[in-house]
Design a protein around this ligand. Structure first.
Ligand code: FE2
Ligand code: FE2
Length: 288
């Protein structure tokens, strides 16, 4: 499935870039002993309450506190997303069908291991916790291994595109501490390679599927599966535990009210537009 010449050329280029771009975060990343408790750790425009009356009800101090816990939540989401990704990539490296991308998988696994270390380090140092993974997973879409491969790499790509939306904005936000900006910049530098690879691979896997056995029902089921995944991923930005740590009452109720809020639905559409444009472009029917 992966003897595509374009894919080979892309992988050669990305592997070379991964090598020349490398600096070792274990030694190079500077962790200040603490981050200022009276500054934003997450851009106010990216907060889960942004654009709603709930944001207007919060004082500047409360918004600042929420930004600290939503920053810890964002890093926690990354830790869990990377764990899932590593498990799935490791299941496939050097197995039949993945001969061509296996060399690049080594770069990807090495980089993701570093990313997980960075995100976990941020959570534990500055938040004293990694929020547990509460995301509901969509049920498996069936027994067909080719379909499963497509869905796995599609979910990885979608996750990276969503995180990328936040990374780009957080890295550019001059209100944030340099450590937060740097973490997001480093992450996005590696992720732009993963996203270029993922888009190519997912497109290929989908083409192979539709050329072979996948009928209209199968196409719609794949679309439903990925739509659910996108919704569940966006919902994980609304964490009752982060609301509780901020000192807000009824975190579960607030989460529900925010998830139903039209301003938040519009915000999700913005975050997801690259992901949904990509899927529509290759012919996967998703709705979020
Ligand atoms: Fe990553
Ligand atoms: Fe990645």
């Amino acid at each position: 499935m992966t003897d595509d010449r374009g894919l080979r050329e892309l992988l050669d280029r990305l592997s070379a870039e991964a090598g020349s771009d490398y600096d070792n975060p274990y030694t190079a990343f500077a962790w200040p002993p603490a981050l200022p408790g009276d500054e934003y750790w997450f851009s106010p425009e990216l907060l889960s309450v942004h654009g709603t009356e709930y944001a207007d009800e919060l004082s500047d101090e409360q918004l600042c506190a929420l930004s600290r816990w939503e920053s810890v939540n964002f890093c926690s989401l990354n830790v869990h997303g990377i764990r899932d990704l590593l498990i799935e990539v490791m299941r496939r490296v050097h197995t039949p069908g993945f001969e061509v991308p296996s060399e690049f998988f080594h770069h990807l696994v090495g980089e993701e291991n570093e990313h997980m270390w960075l995100f976990a380090g941020f959570c534990l140092r500055y938040g004293g916790r990694i929020y547990p993974d509460e995301k509901l997973r969509p049920p498996s879409a069936g027994e067909d291994p080719a379909l499963e491969d497509f869905l796995v790499f599609a979910r990885i790509l979608l996750f990276e595109q969503i995180v990328g939306h936040y990374n780009v904005r957080l890295a550019a936000d001059t209100r944030l501490h340099p450590t937060i900006r740097r973490l997001n910049r480093i992450h996005h530098r590696d992720e732009s390679r993963h996203i270029a690879f993922g888009a190519r691979l997912v497109r290929l896997l989908w083409e192979r599927l539709t050329e072979s056995a996948l009928d209209e029902d199968g196409r719609r089921a794949a679309g439903r599966h990925l739509s659910q995944y996108l919704r569940a991923t966006m919902a994980s930005f609304y964490n009752p535990a982060a609301y509780r740590d901020t000192g807000l009452a009824d975190g579960s109720g607030l989460r529900k009210r925010l998830l139903d809020h039209p301003a938040r639905q519009a915000a999700h559409a913005q975050v997801l537009h690259k992901a949904t444009d990509f899927l529509h472009g290759i012919g996967v029917p998703v709705t979020v």
